[in-house]
Design a protein around this ligand. Sequence first.
Ligand code: ADP
Ligand code: MG
Length: 315
Amino acid sequence: MGNTVVQIENLVKRYQELIALDHFNLKIQEGEVFGLLGPNGSGKTTVINCLLSLLRYDKGSIAIFGQPMNPEQYAIKAQIGVIMQNVAVLQELTVRENIDYFCGLYITDKAKRKQYVNEAIAFVGLEEFEKFYPKKLSGGLLRRLNIACGIAHKPKLIILDEPTVAVDPQSRNKILEGITELNRQGATIIYTSHYMEEVEQICTRIAIIDKGKNIAMGTCDELRRMIHRTENITVETAELPDAVLKQICALEYVYEAAFADNTLTVLCSGGKHNLVKLLEIFAQADIAFGRVYSERPSLNDVFLEITGRELRDKE
Ligand code: ADP
Ligand code: MG
């Protein structure tokens, strides 16, 4: 077991009547890429703001690197890199000047600072844009600048709050690869998102948040094992007689089957050869089929089964 980097216990945060965080608990170890996954409004940003002592909270305790966190803990803050949800760069400074400014808040040695700024520019791939002002940058490039400003001083703990929202696929991949690389270089990462695919892709452990509560926590596989469903099968077919659908429903490990829009959807719990048995029924009934998929449950399925609601935003 590594060192505990972040420990949050019984955190309660109210905004007037609204309970934004409801006895929230979290423990993150050194070297993790820890994902906070939850729908919009679930409390992710509130957790980050409390963690950084940017926001007062009503109850609970927060320790970072084993020390109680408070607004005067400058030594701790110097070890943290923060990339906020809303891009926060200075409009009157160029790309290079912005990174230099934020790096300079923590790194005073001039030569070292210059080297760090160069490394940060290369890291996010903004070499060709270093003389640009923020308003000349596309959304994706602006996000990359925001990240460079947060990581240039080489912090041990890096917190990214929804860094890929409204970002083009190219910049998005660059950002995700960058996060993995920062972790390889030794940083512990906290990553918030409402995109389950991203969290599945890069996080070593995940907490699923809903309505200010940590409702499930573990590795992606551990989370999948928490639910009833083990397999989602879909089969494209033009027609499916009711009698055949009934036969499919009666298969041993099938607990739900539905046919709509030329697609059969089958949910299974347990069993090893569900797809084979299903296709045998198709063969016996002499029904043609198109594409066939068998998938493990997604984190959306985990969220759905625990809360009864979809995690996914319709975008
Ligand atoms: P997330 O980051 O997961 O989208 P937030 O932490 O921003 O969620 O918000 C959690 C809840 O707290 C939401 O219901 C939001 O509307 C509410 N909230 C956030 N900030 C404030 C504020 N300054 N005043 C009142 N309510 C707030
Ligand atoms: Mg947020």
